[in-house]
Design a protein around this ligand. Structure first.
Ligand SMILES: CC(C)(COP(=O)(O)OP(=O)(O)OC[C@H]1O[C@@H](n2cnc3c(N)ncnc32)[C@H](O)[C@@H]1OP(=O)(O)O)[C@@H](O)C(=O)NCCC(=O)NCCS
Length: 176
């Protein structure tokens, strides 16, 4: 399905991505909380559907020129901020809640804010865990699990993800 001009016609997604978004395939949106989207969002909902959730009281902010590939799941239970020019590879999960307790001693917060900086590229099959910040321009290698903050301008990878090397980022460079 291609919806020119945004996702307004999809159930629960009124005023979502109204500025020239390109939405293809199946995109399931559960909008009980806030969802704010910038210009030129691309969502590829095939061959795997994309799931985008904002639960009651949660905030999901998606910047300009963001690319969300097939099979991606994004679920905000508290807050997820995705910067401008962020590219998210196929089957990656960005969930800001653990949803379940580890054991009876686990009384901590289940949901913690996730921040993904401008120009970040997250490869395929990655998991971004609650509470994490990924610094601007950084790249998360395929199949990584990000459970701790990643600084700006690095390639990071592995499970758990660690910085591997510095990237060369010129001023004003934009990830395409
Ligand atoms: C991140 C990526 C571009 C790195 O490519 P690269 O050319 O191998 O990068 P480098 O040569 O600088 O690799 C540096 C180190 O990172 C390691 N590395 C690369 N990818 C890795 C990964 N996915 N997980 C763990 N380590 C990884 C390399 O083995 C290398 O380690 P070494 O120095 O010990 O040999 C590539 O591995 C990747 O993950 N691409 C994502 C592709 C993708 O998901 N596409 C979907 C469309 S968005």
């Amino acid at each position: 399905m291609s919806v020119k001009g945004g996702l307004q016609r999809l159930k629960g997604l009124y005023k979502f991505g109204e500025f020239h978004s390109r939405i293809r395939g199946k995109v399931f949106v559960n909008k009980r909380g806030a969802i704010q989207v910038g210009k030129n969002l691309t969502v590829v909902g095939h061959p795997w559907a994309v799931q985008i959730t904002s639960t009651k009281g949660a905030n999901l902010l998606i910047g300009n020129h963001v690319y969300i590939n097939a099979g991606v799941g994004i679920a905000a239970n508290k807050e997820i901020v995705i910067g401008d020019n962020v590219k998210i590879g196929p089957r990656t999960s960005i969930f800001d809640s653990n949803y379940h307790r580890m054991d009876s001693a686990d009384k901590g917060e289940l949901s913690k804010k996730i921040t993904i900086g401008n120009n970040v590229w997250i490869g395929a099959d990655c998991t971004i865990l609650p509470g994490v910040t990924i610094g601007q321009n950084s790249v998360i290698a395929a199949k990584s699990t990000v459970n701790k903050d990643i600084p700006d301008n690095v390639l990071a990878g592995g499970s758990p993800a660690k910085p591997i090397r510095e990237l060369t980022i010129e001023d004003g460079w934009v990830r395409e």
